[in-house]
Design a protein around this ligand. Structure first.
Ligand code: FAD
Length: 517
């Protein structure tokens, strides 16, 4: 099912386009300035569409850079005008509420920089190994390139067809985060084109304010054109286990126990590598597009269990192994899972390759694409919830709002992580408690009924506010300055100062609606 947002011709300001084209001369764009900067309806429609399919804000033009210099030229040009135009870097447009759009400005299609030379591996046993990757690179390409050397990054997202610059602008989280931290904690150096058009290398030691600003910075302070990511020896295989619970308190108690055991120094060697959780609800098959897991022969038993309890909580863990650790794997896993209170008999295991595990969402994506239901509205809501409020979240939201409305149509994920694995100097915002949960309502809908799901999202947020739950949105979306101020809390002044320093004309990522709501 394709979506066609109409692009009215009055959005295309030909005077502006012609001025841009004459200013961006062929000497800056050696290949051909005219083809790098496009304003045809295919380019504008693509830049005005994202995975959410709920908003559309067409730019005046789209830049397809062939080099980092093209981006620098564009940003400098915007700065040189008395009324600067906005610029948004766009990775794959996997945002859901227009965060990578730039209405009437210029969208930079980062993936047009992509070529194999923009991933390189360096290092040695003594100093460690690193991948230098372009901000436009997809994580799946980073994985494939590093695996050729038997190496891989430690921290991932569930889905790998996201760009490095896009996830580093948010945080990049998955079941590895409790142990290795988010992706923003797993990068040691960046090259950034600031909002002033300067190309700056930065790290935790050099130009550290820019480094900390950009990581989790929602694209506000600069465009990431290179990231240096530490690499570790990659395992070959993964033991992947799911256990079912009918009791929420037991479920979260066991999740918290497992992350604390795996973060305890003395147990580090035998620790879990991944922990997530999800809800099974309503009728329908227990598998979803994010991963098919349960053996078909058990589907009917699991469906009966869900019907009996309304909600079943599924704890999901994984442990990596290779030929050297194969013989100790089962014993280590048994030790870790011993004493957990899942429903007896409801433990399922899979043994898969490392790539199959990390790339587990791709199969579901291709299947939805083949049915024409991938490019549909996605009224997603992602929250961070402090551990002390998680029981209340279950009773007030899962057991009440979600069960009563019965419209949820997509996975609901829930898993804990540790604040100490995040760096508070970075721009990302998380709850104050040491342990907090991420909860993702990953709805998909038809083009006619997404508003009902947005209404449910609003009800969830109203409930959290009414009991002062102190949640934070992940991949946040707000429309007013007051809401952004509340979101950033004590970091708000720092965020404003960073904007003044690195993007004083407020050119970058206007779709986030932080400084230009
Ligand atoms: P875009 O959506 O294109 O951009 C996101 C923001 O970053 C925009 O503001 C944009 O202007 C800015 N930006 C883009 N590139 C750059 C750059 N190089 N430099 C500076 N700013 C830039 N997230 C997780 O953390 N964990 C998950 O497991 C996860 N799973 C997902 C699964 C699916 C199917 C989808 C659609 C999304 C998922 N996400 C997940 C969310 C994802 O991290 C965000 O959508 C993120 O924005 C990356 O997407 P993107 O690369 O397409 O960036």
């Amino acid at each position: 099912m394709a979506i066609n947002f109409p692009i009215p011709t009055y959005f295309v300001d030909m005077v502006f386009i012609n001025r841009l084209k004459s200013l961006i001369s062929k000497s800056f764009f050696p290949h051909d300035g005219a083809t790098n900067l496009r304003h045809d309806s295919a380019a504008l429609t693509s830049a005005a569409t994202d995975f959410g399919h709920m908003v559309s804000d067409p730019p005046a033009a789209v830049l397809f850079p062939s080099s980092v210099n093209d981006i620098i030229t564009l940003v400098k040009l915007a700065n040189s005008r008395s009324v600067p135009f906005n610029i948004a870097a766009k990775g794959c447009g996997h945002s859901v509420r227009g965060q990578a759009m730039a209405g009437n400005g210029v969208v930079v299609e980062m993936t047009s920089l992509n070529n194999p030379t923009r991933i390189s591996i360096s290092g040695s046993e003594s100093v460690g190994f690193f991948a230098d990757v372009g901000g436009e690179q997809l994580w799946i390409d980073v994985l494939n390139a590093t695996l050729k050397h038997g190496l891989a990054p430690a921290s991932w997202t569930d889905y790998l067809y996201l760009t490095v610059g896009g996830t580093l602008s948010n945080a990049g989280i998955s079941g590895q985060t409790f142990r290795y931290g988010p992706q923003i904690s797993n990068v040691v150096e960046l090259d950034v084109v600031t909002g002033k058009g300067d190309l700056v290398s930065c790290s935790a030691e050099r130009n550290k304010e820019l480094f900390n600003s950009v990581l989790g910075g929602l694209g506000q302070f600069g465009i990431i054109v290179r990231a240096r990511i530490p690499l570790f020896q990659a395992p070959n295989r993964v033991k992947w286990v799911r256990m079912l619970y009918s009791n929420f308190s037991e479920f979260v108690k066991d999740q918290e126990k497992l992350i604390s055991m795996s973060n305890n120094g003395s147990k580090q060697k035998g620790a879990l590598d991944y922990l997530e959780g999800l809800l099974l609800m309503h009728d329908g098959p227990p598998d979803n597009w994010r991963s098919s897991f349960f053996p078909p022969s058990h589907h009917s038993t699991i469906i009966s269990l869900v019907n009996q309890h309304s909600i079943i909580y599924c704890l999901e863990v994984a442990k990596y192994y290779d030929n050297r650790s194969r013989h100790t794997l089962d014993k280590e896993l048994d030790d870790l899972l011993e004493g957990l209170d899942f429903l007896p008999r409801y433990k399922f295991e899979k043994d898969v390759s490392y790539v199959e595990f990390l790339n587990r969402v791709r199969g579901g994506e291709l299947s939805l694409r083949s049915q024409g239901v991938w490019d549909v509205p996605h009224p997603w809501l992602n929250l961070f919830v402090p551990k002390s409020r998680i029981i209340e979240f279950n009773s007030g939201i899962f057991k009440d709002i979600i069960l009563k409305r019965k419209i949820t149509n997509g996975p609901i994920l829930i898993y804990p992580m540790n604040r100490s694995k995040w760096d508070d100097k970075m721009s990302a915002v998380i709850p104050e408690e040491e342990v907090f949960y991420t909860i993702g309502f990953l709805n998909s809908s038809g083009f006619e009924d997404w508003e009902a799901m947005e209404e449910q999202n609003k009800e969830i947020l109203r409930f959290c506010n009414s009991v002062d739950m102190k949640i934070k949105q992940y991949l946040p979306h707000y429309k007013t300055k007051e809401d952004w101020e509340k979101h950033f809390g004590p970091k708000w002044k720092m965020i404003q100062d960073r904007k003044k320093e690195f993007d004083p004309k407020m050119i970058l990522s206007p779709g986030q609606k932080i400084f230009n709501p």
